[in-house]
Design a protein around this ligand. Structure first.
Ligand SMILES: Cc1cc2nc3c(=O)[nH]c(=O)nc-3n(C[C@H](O)[C@H](O)[C@H](O)COP(=O)(O)O)c2cc1C
Length: 190
């Protein structure tokens, strides 16, 4: 059999990716940056990790206060979201771009207009000496609004968030629902 695949240019391809806005307080002001290298680590307690370049202002904020927030933007926040990725808090003040609120941690600013906000306590920082800090955080609180929920759970259809593809640098709308997880596979027949 001829295999219809050839090796392509090596890269960290993962398609598609979410986009979140990481919020920190630094020098007593909120700062936000978009980030796509984010993953769930554990279910209980809810734990996630982010991988953020050591050159970013955000990293200093996480290390200063041992906490951060993870905010899921809606489509209508795409321009300020991308802007936060074009500019560093080292060079400009990004504290007024979004209206913020605080939860129990006091130093993890969250975005009022974001459909979903996760308040994270820093558990561990890993430095693989490759240029990025891997921050592992426990989600101590999640915040949303009724209009984004179904049965008390964030509903992707209502959140109207968007996706990202790295390497070609594009944002994408989320498409149609095509099946139920841990369910549609039951139709499989040998
Ligand atoms: C869509 C998008 C996704 C990004 N994802 C990451 C990421 O996963 N990790 C990272 O270190 N930087 C990422 N960046 C780059 C930072 O957001 C960008 O350099 C930002 O300006 C850093 O801000 P700060 O210096 O104020 O922290 C991303 C940028 C964009 C536009």
């Amino acid at each position: 059999m001829t295999i219809p695949k050839s090796k392509i240019r090596l890269g960290p391809y993962l398609y598609p990716m979410p986009v979140v806005l990481i919020g920190v307080n630094i020098n007593s002001k909120p700062n936000f940056m978009p980030l796509a290298w984010v993953s769930i680590v554990e279910h209980k307690p809810p734990t996630i990790l982010i991988s953020s370049s050591q050159s970013h202002y955000t990293n200093a904020g996480i290390k200063e206060n041992n906490c951060f927030s993870v905010n899921t933007p809606s489509e209508d926040m795409i321009i300020p979201t991308d802007y936060c990725g074009l500019k560093s808090g080292k060079d400009i003040d990004k504290s007024k771009i979004f209206n913020v609120f605080y939860g129990d941690l006091k130093n993890a600013p969250m975005i009022i207009d974001a459909p979903l906000c996760l308040e994270c306590k820093l558990l561990k920082t890993i430095d693989l000496e490759q240029g990025h800090d891997i921050f592992i955080g426990e989600i101590i609180n999640a915040y949303s609004e009724d209009k984004y929920l179904t049965n008390g759970i964030p509903d992707l259809n209502k959140m109207n968030t968007f996706l990202f593809s790295m390497n070609d640098n594009n944002y994408w709308k989320i498409g149609e629902h095509i099946g139920r997880a841990w369910s549609i596979g039951k139709k499989y027949e040998d």
